[in-house]
Design a protein around this ligand. Structure first.
Ligand code: DGL
Length: 265
């Protein structure tokens, strides 16, 4: 079985890692829309357009399921993706929100995600009495993409972003952008140990595992293609270096055009 997933850049690696751990015999096709990175400050119309192009491209890729490994697209254009693809679509926001036990919840996310209040609405749906505070973090993604993860600059912005949440005595903190788990060590150092850090990819990968377990029985005779395939919309060389750094693999990275119809493999 083959699962498709996408993000603007390296953020989807955090989702990819978790799902590979739980679903090791699965084949993946990962698309990073590096040409339009970052997504986090884009308007809803732009994200909807992107979601249309990406889901249209994936509709040619012979996949059995799809993971929205980008919270920004998840928050704004999940319906667009679901309408376009005829395979099950798994999303981070609903998966994570259904597992929240705490009643004072902080969310770190991109400005475009925070604007939608998608996390607040989803959490309140499961627990109407919860207090949810969302913090927009415009600088994290550019810094993470440029590998400035140990810089003084990122420590300063992290302190600034976390301050209002800590003032409100949050009990858990959702990493509402798939790039942010890449700076977990920094965030853990700043946060009091009482605050539970939540990576939505944990809940999503459990859902994917349930789906895979139920399907693999039916697909038992289908040949597994286990090697992940990585595709980008620009600069495959840099992405390949990033993949080596974050995933410890040196994959072949294909440069693709989302306008080109047809299967890349
Ligand atoms: N990693 C994506 C997200 O979860 C996109 C971040 C960005 O490109 O700004 O929102």
């Amino acid at each position: 079985m083959r699962i498709g997933l996408f993000d603007s850049g390296v953020g989807g690696f955090t989702v990819f890692k978790k799902v590979v751990e739980l679903c090791p015999n699965t084949s993946f096709i990962y698309l990073a829309d590096t040409a339009r990175l970052p997504y986090g400050g884009k308007s809803s119309n732009e994200i909807i357009q992107i979601a249309e192009e990406i889901s249209s491209w994936f509709s040619y890729q012979s996949i059995d399921g799809f993971l929205v490994a980008c919270n920004t697209t998840n928050a704004i254009a999940l319906d667009v993706i679901k309408n376009k693809l005829d395979v099950p679509v798994f999303d981070l926001i609903e998966s994570a929100s259904s597992t929240i036990k705490e009643s004072r919840v902080g969310v770190l996310a991109t400005p475009s995600t925070v604007k939608t209040k998608a996390y607040t609405n989803a959490i309140l749906n499961f627990n109407p009495k919860a207090f949810v505070l969302e913090q927009s973090c415009p600088e994290f993604v550019p810094m993470i993409e440029m590998n400035k993860i140990n810089s003084n600059e990122i420590i300063d912005v992290a302190l600034e972003y976390l301050e209002p949440l800590l003032k409100h005595n949050i009990e858990s903190l959702i990493l509402g952008c798939s790039h942010y788990p890449l700076i977990t060590p920094l965030l853990t150092e700043i946060l009091p140990s009482s605050v539970r850090l939540i990576d939505p990819a944990d809940a999503l990968s459990l859902q994917l595992k349930l789906f895979m377990d139920s399907k693999t029985r039916n697909f038992a005779k289908k040949k597994f293609l286990v090697d992940p395939m990585f595709c980008v919309t620009s600069d495959p060389e840099t992405f390949s270096i990033r993949a080596k750094y974050w995933l410890n693999v040196f994959p072949e990275v294909k440069l693709v055009s989302l306008q080109k119809k047809g299967c890349v493999s």
